[in-house]
Design a protein around this ligand. Structure first.
Ligand SMILES: CC(C)(COP(=O)(O)OP(=O)(O)OC[C@H]1O[C@@H](n2cnc3c(N)ncnc32)[C@H](O)[C@@H]1OP(=O)(O)O)[C@@H](O)C(=O)NCCC(=O)NCCS
Length: 121
């Protein structure tokens, strides 16, 4: 393992950001992430978890906010629900520079908190 990252997001706070900031969902999340989250009655926990996964990826790569765009890390879900990460752009380049060839991600959310852990391998 080259890096490990963990992040937790308070869903209530994140929900307020989504409601108050026009276009923020489009800026933070890919079309696929928004479409997946929109399948559920309340998309906010899923979106918050995906934001946590992007921040956990920054930690796993040893970088912070601004090192790559939010769309550079996409959470995808297999038909059975298992999540995976697809990196592109600057995030993929950073991973390559660090010798990272694959990632593992795990996600959980309750009514109030969303969390993600990412391993860079
Ligand atoms: C994985 C599972 C136990 C999690 O349930 P939970 O404790 O109620 O929910 P949590 O909030 O802790 O976790 C939800 C996250 O688990 C992840 N997840 C779902 N299915 C998964 C799986 N098969 N493997 C790994 N992670 C999985 C997803 O990332 C999901 O969040 P998301 O929808 O925002 O992406 C439950 O979804 C489950 O049993 N799924 C069926 C898995 C399975 O065996 N499928 C057979 C193939 S069809």
């Amino acid at each position: 393992m080259i890096g490990l990252g963990l992040d937790v997001v308070e869903i209530g706070r994140f929900r307020r950001v989504l409601a108050r900031t026009p276009g923020v969902a489009e800026r933070l999340f890919t079309e696929g992430e928004r479409a997946y989250s929109a399948r559920f009655t309340d998309p906010a926990p899923r979106l918050a978890a995906r934001f946590a996964a992007k921040e956990a990826t920054m930690k796993a790569l040893g970088v912070g906010l601004g090192a790559f765009g939010f769309h550079d890390v996409e959470v995808r879900n297999a038909p059975g629900g298992a999540p995976s990460l697809l990196l592109s752009g600057r995030a993929a380049a950073l991973a390559g520079e660090r010798g990272v060839t694959s990632f593992r991600v795990s996600i959980t959310h309750t009514d109030t908190m969303a969390e993600a852990v990412v391993a860079a391998l």
